[in-house]
Design a protein around this ligand. Sequence first.
Ligand code: SF4
Length: 63
Amino acid sequence: MRVTVDRDRCSGHVRCAALAPQVYRLDEEGYAAAGAHPVPPGQERPAERGALACPEGAISVSR
Ligand code: SF4
């Protein structure tokens, strides 16, 4: 599984990282690190919950 964060949509709410800190890292400005990131084993459900919690729809999940 992989998650992709669209930096143009991200507004820094940090809901994704609050729900899945092992999946969504924050950059130096407090936004979710942009780009595609592999989901660590066992973190699939937190990754999906984090994506659904994003109020900006900035996260896409692919398998
Ligand atoms: S929840 Fe969405 S808007 Fe907030 S930091 Fe994560 S990706 Fe960005």
